[in-house]
Design a protein around this ligand. Structure first.
Ligand code: FEO
Ligand code: CA
Ligand code: CA
Length: 648
């Protein structure tokens, strides 16, 4: 039994987002929340659930309820009429808005794409069509450098597949034929599509010259400290630099120089064999790579690349942030190893006042960490070619959340502190490949599954979505992760001193604690929220031009209400007053919300509609609602009827 298991933490096999593999002894210091929350003014104007017993799950862990009764209700600056909670087969958006499906799984990405036929799908067709389970969406205006709000490139991640939803007969993974395994592989990766608003409606231009599919077989390159390391050498990579493709792409970000960052997340699920027998056994255990006779995906049954008994180093080629130039369809995805290898949820950058690029990225697993990267070189708005290499070199750091409201950033630099040969770190390559282990040694704070982390363009503060962590016990709570058995998630706001994102110390505040405040969830929002204002499991997010936060959820449906988007102010009377804007068809999550420059369009991705059912008897056939069509993950564009800024 490992220490991790001894603490009662389990190792689930199939729930990809939830596989814990952190055995670190970093303190889950139990804290009384009262002092921290009061002192930072968190409770001012906030509403808490009727009982705070859920907080910490320990008697005596109390919130100062007295303050709440005195708190004033806030007023939101968001003008839309709130949607009600619900759960049904269709997509819904607030009154006065249109929701149009832009592109669906199987739709043409390239001009030569064949029509989608779910009963006769081929790998060749899928390689030219929109992939499965769209997650991140990023809009970059055309021409590059413009603020065009009617025309641009949309880059979309296809995070993973669900064979039982994709094929007649609802097969299990291990029942897939080689042809189906090939389809499955081609349904992964990314799509780049040119889109344009014509007569008020957004269209995909299948003749767009930048349109492309990126798959697990696309030529790609490892850059940064791990590139060329002996640990990276494999059959497809004799030099440890060349690699193929990207997969498990969850969220991401768009850079100011017009590239897309795509995050490789649940890459542990693609490998079969005996990882414990390889030289990387320790790394693979920490990463949750379990192997076995079959992987969660069928590729390993047909290709040795995903069998660690044959290719023991192959898993080290994934778990990275990958930079893509969507404007050049021949460009190779560049894996930025300087940003560390873990289960990246996403990555968002800001240009610091001193010109350095600062990126924030979270490791989406229970008890994992929040990271920051600072580029060595400076951004030059007039030199895109130079900007293209900014993420190759810099300093990675990990966050320790202190009980006094400070964050300490600890650098992951070889030779410094504990990151020496004595602890198995022989180079910076080892540090970035074993980033989780390095972060363990530096005292990072284990968080409740860090998902999107984004910088607010108006306030300059950094918002981290912590989606949930039902494995956290009462004696493991801390002020930044204050609830045991946290099924609902929370949002933390991080403040760089004087806006300096390279500072060693930040401040942090709790922004909201999700869940239904009418139940014993320990939830806290602005007291002014309506009965439809509560949300659960914040995952992705976006900011509008006014700095308001739009929160997309993944998990609310397990509580009986559809996932969707809730929006709120982050300052003033309406701080944390979340309003329900849209909801997905049942059993879907809402991913990748992204605004166009003038906020007249809101792009979002409906992922895994009907996921609890199967192809043969789906619980929804959204968006086609045709008898011969399964539910299809799709990108939806929201616009205001009559035009104008969304939310205003
Ligand atoms: Fe792919 Fe962290 O959700
Ligand atoms: Ca996510
Ligand atoms: Ca998720």
């Amino acid at each position: 039994m490992t220490d991790f298991e001894a603490r009662g933490l389990s190792w689930p096999v199939q729930d990809a987002d939830d596989i814990p593999s952190n055995e670190t002894e970093n303190p889950h210091f139990y804290q009384v929340l009262e002092g921290r929350l009061n002192r930072r003014g968190f409770l001012k104007g906030m509403a808490a659930s009727a009982s705070a017993v859920a907080l910490g799950g320990v008697a005596g862990s109390v919130l100062p309820m007295g303050n709440l009764a005195e708190a004033a209700s806030g007023v939101s600056t968001l003008t839309f009429e709130e949607l009600s909670h619900g759960f049904d087969p269709d997509f819904h958006v607030a009154k006065g808005y249109d929701a149009d499906v832009l592109i669906r799984w199987g739709d043409a990405v390239l001009a030569n794409s064949p029509a989608f036929d779910p009963l006769n799908q081929t790998a060749e067709a899928q390689a030219t069509q929109f992939g499965y389970n769209n997650d991140f969406v990023g809009f970059i205006p055309l021409p590059l450098g413009s603020n065009n709000s009617d025309h641009g490139l949309l880059t979309v991640n296809h995070e993973y597949t669900i064979p039982k939803m994709m094929y007649k007969g609802s097969p299990k993974t291990e029942e897939l034929s080689k042809e189906q395994a090939d389809v499955d592989m081609m349904a992964h990766g990314l799509s780049v599509i040119e889109i344009k608003r014509v007569d008020g409606k957004w269209r995909v231009l299948t003749n767009g010259t930048a349109n492309r599919r990126i798959t697990p077989l696309t030529e790609a390159v490892l850059t940064g400290p791990a590139a060329g390391s002996d640990r990276m050498k494999t059959a497809i990579s004799k030099d440890g630099v060349r690699t193929l493709g990207t997969y498990g792409n969850c969220a991401g970000g768009v850079t100011p120089w017009g590239t897309v960052l795509t995050a490789e997340e649940n890459v542990q699920n693609y490998f079969k064999g005996k990882p414990g027998d390889t030289a990387e056994a320790e790394n693979y255990k920490r990463f949750g790579i379990k192997g076995g006779d079959h992987a969660r995906y069928a590729w390993a049954d047909y290709y040795d690349r995903w069998n660690v008994d044959v290719e023991p180093n192959e898993p080290l080629h994934v778990g990275w942030i990958v930079e893509i130039d969507p404007f050049d369809p021949k460009s190779k995805p560049m894996k930025r190893t300087a940003l560390g290898r873990f289960k990246h949820e996403g990555c968002n950058v800001t240009i610091n006042a001193d010109g350095h690029v600062v990126a924030y990225t979270g490791d989406d697993e229970r008890f994992e960490y929040i990271y920051r990267f600072i580029s060595k070189n400076k951004y030059n708005p007039d030199d895109r070619a130079a900007n293209m290499t900014l993420l190759e070199e810099g300093t990675l750091a990990v966050a320790e959340f202190k009980e006094d409201g400070t964050i300490l950033w600890h650098d992951l630099v070889h030779g410094q502190g504990k990151l020496t040969a004595a602890n198995g770190f022989h180079s910076q390559a080892d540090v970035v490949i074993d980033a989780r282990k390095a972060a363990d040694l530096l005292g990072a704070t284990p968080m409740d599954r860090p998902e999107d982390i984004e910088v607010n363009p108006v306030t300059g503060t950094v918002f981290a979505m912590l989606t949930n962590n039902t494995k956290r016990k009462g004696d493991q709570v801390d002020p930044a992760n204050p609830r045991a058995k946290n099924a609902f998630g929370h949002i933390v706001e991080m403040t760089a001193p004087n806006g300096d994102h390279s500072a060693r110390e930040f401040k942090w505040d709790m922004f909201l604690l999700a869940g239904n405040p009418k139940e014993e969830t320990g939830a806290m929002y602005n007291k002014g929220i309506s009965e439809n204002g509560w949300l659960a499991d914040p995952d992705n997010c976006a900011f509008d031009n006014k700095g308001r936060l739009w929160i997309a959820t993944d998990g609310a449906y397990k509580l009986g209400v559809a996932d969707g988007v809730w929006a709120c102010d982050v300052t003033g009377e309406g701080r944390a007053l979340t309003k329900h804007f849209l909801r997905t068809p049942q059993e879907a999550e809402l991913c990748g919300p992204f605004f166009n420059p003038d906020n007249s369009a809101f792009f979002c991705a409906v992922q895994h509609p009907g996921e609890k059912s199967n192809f043969d008897a789906p619980s929804t056939r959204w968006p086609d609602f045709a008898d011969n069509m399964p539910p299809r993950p799709s990108v939806v564009v929201i616009t205001k009827q009559g035009g104008g800024e969304i939310g205003s």
